[in-house]
Design a protein around this ligand. Structure first.
Ligand SMILES: Nc1ncnc2c1ncn2[C@@H]1O[C@H](COP(=O)(O)OP(=O)(O)O)[C@@H](O)[C@H]1O
Ligand SMILES: [Mg+2]
Length: 124
């Protein structure tokens, strides 16, 4: 896995995540992970086209199909976790977060973005 996708940096309930300098690779480890990858790619695309205005800022991503395995993998901009007290207020509305463990971080331009938003509602 390491040689194929990069350096492991995290794992959630549905995806294993590998790190590169400026992006991460999200590999589904079960059916929900496959759905999550499709969903995040769709949310980000609709956000970028102005079709939806989610309450959160989605990290940029793009879906690709692994030619060998056929798995839908997600290439996503890398973010770095930041101090809780400096986060924008929309972070508090994210569902899959603990009191101090929000699924957000800053990208290299310093913008706070959510990286795990497949399950978030994008309707106002
Ligand atoms: N864009 C990203 N930049 C940096 N780290 C990330 C990024 N996306 C995910 N990670 C890391 O990988 C872990 C699992 O990713 P996540 O999207 O939460 O997967 P799951 O949907 O399985 O919960 C996260 O907790 C985080 O540590
Ligand atoms: Mg997660």
């Amino acid at each position: 896995m390491r040689d194929r996708y990069g350096r492991p940096i995290g794992c959630g309930a549905s995806r294993r995540v590998f790190s590169h300098k400026h992006f991460v690779v999200k590999i589904p480890i079960n059916w929900p992970g496959i759905d999550d990858n499709y969903r995040e790619a769709e949310i980000h695309r609709d956000f970028q086209r102005g079709k939806i205005k989610p309450f959160f800022v989605p990290a940029a991503c793009k879906l690709m199909v692994d030619k060998e395995t056929g798995l839908p993998i997600l290439i996503m901009e890398k973010v770095v976790r930041v101090s809780v007290c400096r986060l924008p207020s929309w972070v508090g509305s994210l569902s899959d977060s603990g009191p101090t463990t929000f699924q957000v971080g800053k990208n290299k331009a310093g913008v706070v973005k959510c990286f795990d938003y497949a399950m978030e509602t994008t309707e106002p």
